[in-house]
Structures are given as structure tokens and as C-alpha cells.
Design a protein around this ligand. Structure first.
Ligand SMILES: [Zn+2]
Length: 225
């Protein structure tokens, strides 16, 4: 079972937060109650995380990068803004960013076809299959594979519209703090991409740390209509 944790500690509980290590190239899920906070950590640095979130009770509602781009009126996320679902409801808030602040909301999750096109002969792990496997383990055999939130992924758009790809700029221990706006199942995939530079050709582990409750920051920007 890949289902790692249920509810974050209550306010005022001592340290000893639950930490879920996600091995290189794999994915894990945590369930986070509305208001619950967690940190996604790049354990060794230079690693992209494909992050997904599904509403508890209706996995047909999920964090959607394309809907979020409209809600925030930007291509990439920043602190104080919410990721929204395909039904345009906030699902996660980006409360803190202890990384270089480079994240992507443009690229699909890697999948078996992507690796085949990159010249891989035979099976290769992928974020799509990681997500499907973890969700199947929770009883959800048939899910939409949303466009993920690609934490720490360095893709920028050049003036001529082309992409510029760079290795993830994170250092060991960098992370972002997210807060659930809905009860949701969060899946984090330590992207197994080793055929281009995004993970420095060397996928490494990530972590999900469940944090104690804390007041929401005052710097929030409400989603646009
Ligand atoms: Zn991937």
C-alpha cells in the first residue's frame, strides 16, 4: 500500500513530523485534510517532483495546471497563490518557497511513450505510471492523469515561444510548503527522467513532510474569476 499518512498533527504538537521518503523514480501518496500543511523536500537537490492532488471522495476533481494558469494569470506558480482544480476551486495553496522558486506548469508528466520517443528500448519508469500505480493501490483504478505541478522543474519560455530546459536548480533540503484547501489525496512522484537534463541525468529521492497546523499567511492572492 502506497498510502502513507492520513492527518497532519494538530496545532502545538511537538516536533517529530511524519516524513514520507519517496525513493528515486517512485511515487507516494498522503491524504491531507483541508487546512493541513506539508512540505515537499528535494532531499539531495537537483530533482523534479511531479505533484498531483485529487479531491477525497471524487477523484474526478483534481489539481489542474491549465486551470491554475488562468486562475493566477501566470504561467508559473508563486507564493501566496492557489493551485485550483479542473472545477476551478482552490485545492492547494503555495504558502512558502524555500527553493530557488523555479517550478513548471506547462509540461505533461513523463510516460512510457515519452521514453520510447527518447530512444529507450523496453520499460522505463514514468510519473504517469507512478501516479496510476499509487492511485490503483488506493482503489482508484481509472483516473484522469492530470497535467502535474512540476516542482523545481526549470522550463522557461523564450521570447520566440520556444522552451529553454535547464537542470533543476534546487540544493539538498530545499522545499516548498503547501496547504490543502480541500481534503485531498496528494501524490508526489520523484521524476525518473534520466534522458534529459532536468534531473541532472540522475534521479534522486524526495520527501513529503507533514507539518503541524499553523495560521494561514496574510499574503494570499485570491484566484481570478
Ligand atoms: Zn517524470
Amino acid at each position: 500500500m502506497d498510502y502513507a499518512a492520513v492527518t497532519p498533527p494538530a496545532a502545538g504538537e511537538p516536533m517529530g513530523n511524519e516524513f514520507v521518503l519517496v525513493p528515486a523514480g517512485e511515487a507516494r501518496a498522503v491524504q491531507v485534510a483541508s487546512g493541513g500543511r506539508f512540505r515537499v523536500v528535494d532531499v539531495e537537490g537537483g530533482q523534479v517532483v511531479d505533484l498531483f492532488a485529487f479531491a477525497v471522495g471524487d477523484v474526478g476533481e483534481y489539481a489542474s495546471a491549465e486551470h491554475t494558469r488562468v486562475a493566477v494569470n501566470r504561467l508559473f506558480p508563486r507564493v501566496g497563490e492557489a493551485f485550483v482544480t479542473n472545477r476551478r476551486r482552490p485545492v492547494l495553496w503555495l504558502d512558502e518557497d524555500g527553493s530557488p522558486g523555479v517550478h513548471d506548469m506547462l509540461c505533461a508528466a513523463c510516460d512510457p511513450v515519452r521514453y520510447r520517443l527518447l530512444g529507450v528500448d523496453g520499460w522505463h519508469p514514468s510519473c504517469q505510471e507512478n501516479l496510476q500505480r499509487v492511485m490503483a493501490g488506493l482503489g482508484h483504478d481509472r483516473i484522469e492523469v492530470p497535467q502535474p505541478i512540476n516542482l523545481f522543474m526549470a522550463v522557461r519560455v523564450e521570447p520566440d515561444g520556444s522552451f529553454a530546459w535547464s537542470p533543476a536548480p534546487t540544493r539538498a533540503g530545499d522545499g516548498v510548503v503547501l496547504r490543502a484547501a480541500l481534503d485531498c489525496v496528494v501524490v508526489a512522484s520523484a521524476c525518473p527522467q534520466d534522458r534529459n537534463e532536468i534531473n541532472h541525468y540522475r534521479p534522486t529521492p524526495i520527501g513529503i513532510e507533514l507539518l503541524p497546523a499553523a495560521p494561514a499567511p496574510s499574503s494570499r492572492r485570491p484566484p481570478s474569476p
